[in-house]
Design a protein around this ligand. Structure first.
Ligand code: GZL
Length: 323
């Protein structure tokens, strides 16, 4: 009897080792794998949808989630990652608020043999073995798509096109890359000139505040607003209306994300185009977690597919939008 019990215990422990399950409070092997997730915050409709997708997919997959909201502060994310390491979770995943400053804590995770998956945004590290994979969009291409939309929307032979730009969070991968992609396209055409560019930190409130400042400071006409996300564009729309101008007409607006609020603004004629940036990556994260636990190889980069939506498509597309 004793021998049988010992054998069963040994087999279950071996199974747990293979599945990579962590220890629960009593130090016994927990039944479910445990993932520590550090989310940037709840700064935008996009982020809220991203969090909902991750929580729902992990719950469906039976992966235990320890979730932390960093309120857009890097120091809170680093604290959360260190806490996950101390808890000896099976994996860590996070969306890094900015690209730099992660080397030390990622080395601590590596030293603890805890694999790290990046979601949404990239990190700038000297050794890319510090993370398993990055699941997210191609932000440079999103910036190019915004530039291409503007070129095709501008009549041939038009005069100078004066652009103001609401940047995302300073130092974040989407802000850096979207600006790069946008300029890669518009800088080829001398008519286009970015006359003001400042961060609105991806939020509606800051987007409105910075747009108000642009409108007050700019003596000459502003023709176009390029916003790195829809939430800042929606805030800017309020500022443009309060200045007595017509958003979408007096000032054309192109932004990025493709959230429901952007489709409603396009339906109202106040936004001209939104470049989709899909936040619904929960299932892709689950697939990556399972691959890591089962020691299957993963590509360093897992891309998310997305499109471009314009005003004329808004009404038909809105009912089917999932975020
Ligand atoms: C993009 C994501 C950005 C969104 C914003 O993948 O990191 O952060 O564009 C969000 O809406 O705040």
């Amino acid at each position: 009897m004793k021998r049988g019990f010992m054998l069963a215990a040994a087999l279950s422990c071996a199974a747990a080792l293979v599945m990579g399950c962590s220890r629960d409070a009593s130090g016994d092997r927990a039944a479910q794998p445990v993932l520590g997730f550090s989310q940037i915050g709840a700064e935008s409709e996009w982020r809220t949808a991203n969090t909902a997708s991750i929580k729902s997919s992990l719950a469906k997959a039976g992966i235990q989630l320890r979730f932390s909201d960093a309120q857009q502060k890097q120091e809170n994310q680093i604290k959360a990652l260190r806490s996950f390491i101390a808890q000896r979770v099976d994996l860590i995943a996070f969306s890094p608020v900015v690209e730099s400053g992660w080397e030390t804590v990622l080395r601590e995770a590596k030293a603890a043999n805890i694999p790290v998956i990046l979601t949404d945004r990239a990190v700038d590290v000297s050794d890319d073995s510090l993370y398993v994979t990055l699941i997210g969009s191609d932000f440079v291409e999103e910036g190019r798509k915004a530039g291409r939309w503007l070129l095709q929307d501008t009549p041939a032979g038009s005069g100078e096109v004066r652009i103001v730009e609401l940047q995302g969070t300073v130092g974040s991968a989407p802000a850096i890359d979207r600006m790069e992609g946008f300029h890669e396209v518009i800088d080829k055409d001398p008519r286009f000139k970015v006359v003001r560019s400042q961060s609105g930190d991806f939020t509606r409130a800051k987007g409105k505040e910075v747009m108000e400042a642009f409108l007050k400071a700019e003596s000459s006409k502003i023709d176009v607003l390029f916003a790195h996300n829809d939430d800042m564009a929606i805030g800017a729309i309020q500022a443009i209306e309060e200045a007595g101008l017509k958003p979408g007409k007096d000032i054309k607006i192109v932004s990025i994300d493709g959230v429901r609020g952007a489709f409603k603004a396009m339906e109202a004629g106040k936004l001209n185009a939104t470049i989709e940036c899909n936040p619904l990556i929960g299932d892709q994260l689950v697939d990556a977690v399972k691959a890591v636990l089962e020691k299957r190889p993963l590509p360093k980069r897992i891309l998310v597919e997305e499109g471009v939506f314009t005003q004329d498509q808004a009404a038909a597309a809105l009912p089917g939008r999932k975020y």
